[in-house]
Design a protein around this ligand. Sequence first.
Ligand code: NZQ
Ligand code: ZN
Length: 385
Amino acid sequence: MNNFRYHAYTDVRFGKGQVECLPELLAPYGKRVLMVYGGGSIRKNGLYDKVKELLADFNVFELGGVEPNPKITSVRDGASICKKENIDVVLAVGGGSTIDAAKVIAGGAYYDGDSWDLVVDSSKIGKVLPIVTVLTLAATGSEMNKNAVISNMETNEKLGTGCHDFIPQASVCDPEYLYTLPANQTAAGTADIMSHIFEQYFQKETRAFISDRFAESLLKACIKYCPIALKEPDNYEARANLMWASTQALNSLISSGKGGAWTCHPIEHELSAYYDITHGVGLAIVTPRWMRYILSDETVGKFCEYGRNVWNITEEDAYVCANKAIDATEQFFKDCGIPMTLSEIGIDASKIDIMAEDTIKYNDLAHAYVALNKEDVANILRECL
Ligand code: NZQ
Ligand code: ZN
């Protein structure tokens, strides 16, 4: 097992009615709050009014309209408000896009130059305003991690950045706020959670037994509860288990003792950078093709372990077992209603070469579970058409 740091930092308030804790969670940082939110879902489900009511004693400034695949233009707007209004704490109310934007806004508040610099080069992030979140979508784990992913559509770049101080101080996770999620976001969010788990589970380090068993239990939770949430959007047990799976899948719990570069996320980020697609949909399309592409004598044992422990596949032959596990993964995404080819979401072959080139340019795929070059990435993307 590799060395690791495990610092459970975020004060998570999980469950029904936990939003009532917001005043208590914000108070230590001051009264001047920048509330960041998306395109309107929180107005429709009543969360906006609830937060405003709870924060009646605070001085609340607002930045609404943060886009899915949040754009640097919104981040710049938020950073300017922080500087102009002397903001004490940034409150994100929404999904991963809103939370990610809030993180870079919190860094931009103390940065003299353009906030995009902090995305391109995380070493430029200095002081960061405290961040508190109210999560409304189970997917990214941004509510308890140090990452932020921001897009610049002028340059077709979608890049990840992060630092320790981007980890939220506190996050309210009330599964009831997931009831209004449309089916496609529920399914895409689950695909994202599963992809986070795959990226950490399929790694060269094989001796992190505990991390891998945790990972398998989180995958089983997704497989069990996503179909239930799709059928019964207000099933509390299903929403609660998906929400907790999203948080635990990317807060360093299952990467402890493991390591190495990711693969499907870098490829998906290029699809989003060029076509602005839903992150989890891109991941669901790429993942089974990547799995088949890298299946070999070196990897078949791990894929079979995944098949046995997650899908209860009992085939003796390792390749049969591994292939069945990959097929089950693809079928699961299909059954959740996710479009499973690039052509279904309007993407053709015309930009595959440039997307493959950018995947390699911005990421260290030489140190992934199976090292990939530009040609490999282009081949995987062609399989997705
Ligand atoms: O904008 P609003 O109106 O709020 O609507 C959103 C948005 O249209 C809607 N939504 C959210 N909660 C809802 C809801 N609709 C009804 N009821 C609710 N309760 O869902 C849509 C998608 O929201 P978004 O925040 O974009 O989704 P998600 O949480 O999947 O975040 C995706 C972004 O996170 C990045 C992705 O690349 C993408 O940019 N990621 C961030 C990571 C991180 N910080 O660790 C890791 C991930 O791998 C990922 O890259
Ligand atoms: Zn993701």
